[in-house]
Write a new protein. Sequence first.
Length: 93
Amino acid sequence: MVQENEAITLLLGVMTLAFLIAKRKEIILMPGAPMLILAFLAGLVAWTATVVEEIAFPHMFNILEHVSYAVSSVLLAVWCWRSRDTRARAAQS
């Protein structure tokens, strides 16, 4: 049975994706936007896998969920690191 909090998290993620698509021209101007978007998409895959694992192929989707969380975390950490470096270089100029 799908837990309510997991379904709501997925719903909020899909709504955020719709916002990203609607505002893509503005969002792409952010420093490191592609990496940040990929981190979000990896999280969205994890949230989707969390819900789907309750319905079918629980072992496979559980692995996909955790791999997606790991990928999302690494991408977000790299984005943060690069954003910090970009701001430091801008301050020196």
